[in-house]
Design a protein around this ligand. Structure first.
Ligand code: FEO
Length: 174
């Protein structure tokens, strides 16, 4: 496997792993604060990020490279508010998109069209994740400081009105 591509893929493995940890930390905070719907959403999102990581690990190893499982720093433990959680999530996803785009660039520079093709799945996934995060941030902005609105928002998430794509579903779309 092309060394530069392998290195970039390993960096992406680290990003997906740290996304999973970050969302897990958000989920735990939300659960402890009594936002059960938000917690459910974030636990699912954390699982999904782990699946993104695993898909990369398997791809690198199957193509003759060596996937490196990264050590991770402790994620942020506390958050100011639900709004702060989802704004952080959106910012985080924007950085992940940047990194995926960088990976696409490297594949093209190195003429690695197989990896380029593989990474297109992540390009589409990022579009969906960004759109979902923006929708949620917009909803929270509309709610503002209204506690009843926040309660209904959390209940909507609990009843899965808005959910991240389940990992098993994305797996079927491979
Ligand atoms: Fe795997 Fe949310 O980026």
């Amino acid at each position: 496997m092309n060394e530069r591509v392998e290195k970039a893929l390993n960096m992406q493995i680290e990003k997906e792993a740290s996304s999973s940890q970050f969302y897990l930390s958000m989920a735990s905070w939300a659960e402890a604060e009594g936002f059960n719907g938000t917690a459910k959403f974030l636990y699912l999102h954390s699982d999904e990020e782990r699946f993104h990581m695993l898909k990369l690990v398997k791809f690198v190893n199957e193509r003759g490279g060596r996937a490196i499982i990264p050590g991770l720093g402790a994620p942020q433990k506390t958050f100011e508010s639900i709004s702060n959680v989802f704004e952080s999530l959106l910012e985080h996803e924007l950085r992940v998109t940047e990194s995926i785009n960088n990976l696409v660039d490297i594949c093209l520079q190195e003429k690695d069209y197989t990896t380029h093709n593989f990474i297109q799945w992540y390009v589409s996934e990022q579009l969906e994740e960004e759109a979902l995060a923006r929708t949620i941030v917009d909803k929270i902005k509309m709610i503002g400081g209204d506690k009843a609105g926040l309660y209904l928002f959390d209940r909507d998430l609990e009843n899965s009105a808005i959910v991240p794509t389940p990992a098993n579903e994305t797996q079927n779309n491979e």
